[in-house]
Design a protein around this ligand. Structure first.
Ligand SMILES: Nc1ncnc2c1ncn2[C@@H]1O[C@H](COP(=O)(O)OP(=O)(O)OP(=O)(O)O)[C@@H](O)[C@H]1O
Ligand SMILES: Cc1cn([C@H]2C[C@H](O)[C@@H](COP(=O)(O)O)O2)c(=O)[nH]c1=O
Length: 232
């Protein structure tokens, strides 16, 4: 099926996902004979960006958790159909800021929605498309939120406003997901200097590209990693 490479970045708010995603894109783009696309969730499409505005608006205090799960999944469905699958089919490297793991951490563990329900809705939304590799930037949520506040210098969004205990549940859920899928999810201590983390991610990702022969323009089909992203 797809001949591209699908990589996601996850972690608590302010862990440094966007910073590391951009650094990896800058590392890969000049070295690979294929497009490197950066995108994010919720969002990544016109419809997804409209959904993002609904989800993150701090005024939307009445949003019920069922609607929240479905809105994140709706944004993802559009994103997968409109951008991610076509890019992978064309052989691109897709670097995505958050994906299904975020819904399992924030909506299932954070809000207490049945994880089996969140997983089923997301299988429907994505057609079971999973990343080849996920970089989990792990950080104490208090430190992550401090970074976000320092970066933004303005009010928090609807999710960032939630209690620290909620963000702690999210962090713990991410670590459990990584423990259950160590082949795909690589945990990085995000409290370290930006450059050190970037070097580790680049080395791991380059090894993956070489294994899949992406650096020579080819694309090797490997079980669960290469011929197409894993199908959950
Ligand atoms: N390793 C690091 N050490 C210290 N500060 C960092 C590090 N990485 C990123 N930052 C800074 O922390 C802030 C948040 O970084 P970034 O936007 O990359 O995080 P994020 O995880 O994408 O945030 P969000 O969850 O809001 O999307 C930025 O000001 C960034 O410069
Ligand atoms: C994809 C996804 C995201 N979230 C949360 C996580 C963040 O608080 C926001 C997105 O903002 P960011 O600055 O772009 O990280 O949404 C979520 O709760 N569930 C999800 O599936």
């Amino acid at each position: 099926m797809a001949s591209g490479l699908f990589i996601t970045f996850e972690g608590p708010d302010g862990a440094g996902k966007t910073t590391q995603l951009r650094r990896l894109a800058s590392f890969l783009a000049p070295r690979l004979k294929r497009p490197v696309i950066t995108t994010r969730e919720p969002g990544g499409t016109r419809i997804g960006d409209a959904i993002r505005a609904i989800l993150l608006d701090p005024a939307h205090v009445e949003l019920c958790r069922e609607a929240e799960v479905l809105l994140y999944a709706a944004s993802r469905a559009q994103h997968v159909a409109e951008r991610i699958r076509p890019a992978l089919a064309a052989g691109a490297v897709v670097l995505c800021d958050r994906y299904v793991d975020a819904s399992l951490a924030y909506q299932a563990a954070g809000l207490g929605v049945d994880p089996a329900v969140v997983a089923a809705i997301n299988r429907f939304a994505t057609g079971g498309l999973l990343p080849h590799r996920t970089y989990l930037l792990d950080i104490d949520p208090a430190e992550g939120l401090r970074r976000v506040r320092a970066r933004r210098g303005q009010g928090a969004d609807r999710i960032e406003q939630k209690a620290l205990a909620y963000h702690q549940r999210v962090r713990e859920a991410f670590l459990r997901l990584a423990a259950n899928d160590p082949q795909r999810i690589r945990v990085l201590d995000a409290s370290r200097p930006e450059e050190e983390i970037a070097r580790e991610i680049a080395a791991d990702c380059w090894a993956l590209c070489r294994r899949l022969q992406l650096e020579t323009g080819g694309s090797k089909d490997e079980a669960g990693c290469g011929g197409g992203p894993g199908q959950g």
